[in-house]
Design a protein around this ligand. Sequence first.
Ligand code: NAD
Length: 358
Amino acid sequence: MTKSVLEACAARGHEQVVFFNYPDVGLKAIVAIHDTTLGPALGGCRMSLYQNDEHALDDVMRLSEGMTYKSALAGLPLGGGKSIIIADPNIVEGREALLQKFGECLNALSGRYITAEDMGTSVRDIMAIRAKSKYVVGTDPAKGGTGDPSPWTAQGLFVAMRAAVEHTSSGERSLKGKRIAVQGIGHVGMYLVELLAKEGAIVTVADTHEVLLKRAASEFNAAVVAPDAIYDVPCDIFSPCAIGQTVNASTLKRLKCSIIAGAANNQLSDRSVYETIKSKKILYCPDFVVNSGGVISVCAELAEGGPNIAWVKERVDAIYHTTVKVLDESKRQDRFTEEVAIDLAKERIVVAKMGRKQ
Ligand code: NAD
């Protein structure tokens, strides 16, 4: 990103980007608030090291924009935001003090941004932030919170896969016998593999953690390949559940799938891959459409009287219908699925803005 911060805000439509720097506790953080038309900006707090600050800023801006579309399409009363703490996610010493300081930083935003768990952070970290700020969700279930959102993300992705299979195979929505290649079997990926195994899918997995691979093979009968080999596995569905931008010009030359549906945010390297995906006749299920199970679950924590699990289940299962709508509209308009999904999300925001003016 060679643009200035304000130019980047103008290009993506961000309302606010805030930088925090407290070297005495090692806290260097960015909070990006993309859009608060539908409600407070909610999105996870990622802890990660970056090549440079420019990459960090680009990441948080892209992710927060995606959160706006994700919550809008999931029908939630939330806007889009995201935060990153630029630090080694494995740090132990001083971790609590750093996170508590981050909690104080959130208070300065007066609830315009609400944080949650993300890559590099855990429920335990969330509780450290919670010690200083109420603007946190996904807190400890033992204390009335919704905890780890990953099982819900996996469930939403699973029903979205059914919608995609139904779309490509005239009515048959079962995943039984479908070959599914899962890249990354961490929090979401492992729950997904479990659901797929129960359904009778033929699963291949890749990860960089040996322990996770052994578990997927022994408990769920998954075939294991080396991390880079996952792009060469012939399959019905390629499911990126690890990191962003793994669907790019180079991997698209290798992918042998008819559907891409995964949990990872920002799976596509950029918009230039739209045409390649279309020309390869791959059905791409936009990440922010299919991975909203997590934000739905943590949103429930904001309800008066605490989380209502039946509401969460109903909303997560409705990801199936949202996916059907996006795929059908994309076919009808002959436009790429992600463009159509962004337009549907923006429509909800525009309607809300118009309602306010009346
Ligand atoms: P995680 O960190 O628990 O799991 C990611 C896994 O990917 C890890 O096991 C890691 O070893 C593996 N991995 C990393 N690089 C890899 C590579 N090159 N090849 C293969 N495996 C690799 O994260 P998670 O919570 O499971 O989330 C996965 C993705 O889904 C992330 O992009 C996250 O932002 C997104 N997401 C998660 C949730 C959620 O509820 N946790 C919700 C929405 C989106």
